[in-house]
Ligand binder design. Structure first.
Ligand SMILES: [Zn+2]
Length: 325
């Protein structure tokens, strides 16, 4: 007889703007922790005492699954691995979590070159780079032990499989039980905020930047084909109205794209100029997020033929084509 899996969210504080993060404890034939919070003293001690409430320590886990490489989810992965617990992530996570030096340098030069092309002043670009370096210190480098393929069964949790759900992060995975309609979704779908499709470098030495908002929208369309009774998100409370929320997110993308298209009515603009116009209060403080948001929606408009890009002196200017959709 296999045991039905009990799902226990554990909420931990983070030092980031996003606020608290949810890890999930799964108790079935196996004991599994999904995500581990940021690497801070406060978060570590709350995670340890939360596990203790269920009579558990890190050593008692059969496996540890990390939804994606962002430090608010992956922060204590290395510490848990050091107790001999196997760490599972998608293959796409490896260069990010192992913090391979060549990959880190490639990532940084990718962002600096792209920011230049987007018309971001170099002083602001450098500040974002320093913020990225600081952000990465909230997780220690590690190498996952097991790289499950999408569709693989989650061992010890009858009915659960791994899903590949990229867009918010290139390595994003979710756990799904079709029979119960349960999604343990990390940041793929959040109840209170739209999940940002962050700008990411292409794989090493490849020229094409992944179009992360388009990837994310594909993931959302895929989720619409699934029976989703209940979603356990990485931030905020568990919720039941997933299909409505997905349709709202897709609709909001279209609205934002329309607003950008409108800003391009009179003249071509750079990404940075669009950031300042669309998010006048936010763009300096949260430039990386704002650039991702703007570029994602420009990618969407470009995929529909509604904007085109001209390169002038190595700077990209986005122009409205007038194609109506
Ligand atoms: Zn997160």
């Amino acid at each position: 007889m296999t045991k039905k899996t009990t799902i226990i969210p554990i909420t931990l504080p983070t030092p980031f703007d996003v606020g608290p993060v949810n890890c999930v404890l799964l108790k079935g034939d196996a004991v599994t922790l999904v995500d581990s919070g940021a690497k801070t003293e406060e978060s570590r001690s709350i995670l340890i005492s939360s596990l203790k409430e269920y009579g558990l320590t890190f050593k008692d886990l059969d496996q540890y699954i990390c939804t994606h490489y962002h430090p608010d989810h992956a922060g204590l992965s290395k510490e848990i691995q050091d107790f001999g617990i196997p760490v599972l992530m998608l293959q796409e996570a490896v260069p990010y979590v192992s913090v391979d030096r060549e990959f880190t340098e490639w990532t940084e030069s990718f962002y600096m070159n792209l920011y230049d092309a987007f018309g971001v002043p170099s002083s602001l670009g450098r500040i974002e780079l320093l913020k990225l370096r600081k952000y990465r210190t909230f997780s220690n480098p590690f190498t996952p032990d097991i790289l499950p393929a999408p569709g693989d069964a989650v061992s010890g949790h009858d009915g659960f499989v791994f899903l590949k759900t990229p867009g918010h992060a290139p390595d994003h995975l979710s756990l799904y039980s079709e029979g119960e309609g349960i999604l343990i979704g990390g940041d793929v779908l959040l109840p209170h905020i739209s999940s940002n499709a962050l700008l990411e470098p292409p794989s090493m030495h490849r020229a094409d930047r992944p179009k992360t908002l388009l990837q994310y929208r594909e993931t959302l369309q895929y989720l619409l084909t699934l029976n989703l009774e209940k979603v356990y998100p990485g931030h905020g409370e568990a919720f039941t109205n997933a299909h409505d929320l997905i349709r709202k997110r897709l609709h909001d993308h279209n609205d934002r794209a329309k607003a950008l298209e409108h800003l391009l009515s009179d003249q071509p603009l750079t990404v940075f100029e669009l950031c300042a116009r669309l998010f006048p209060k936010l763009y300096e403080k949260q430039l990386a997020l704002v650039v991702s948001e703007v570029v994602g929606h420009l990618d969407l408009l470009e995929s529909e033929g509604r904007v085109s890009v001209d390169e002038k002196k190595e700077t990209f200017y986005y122009r409205r084509t007038g194609v109506v959709r």
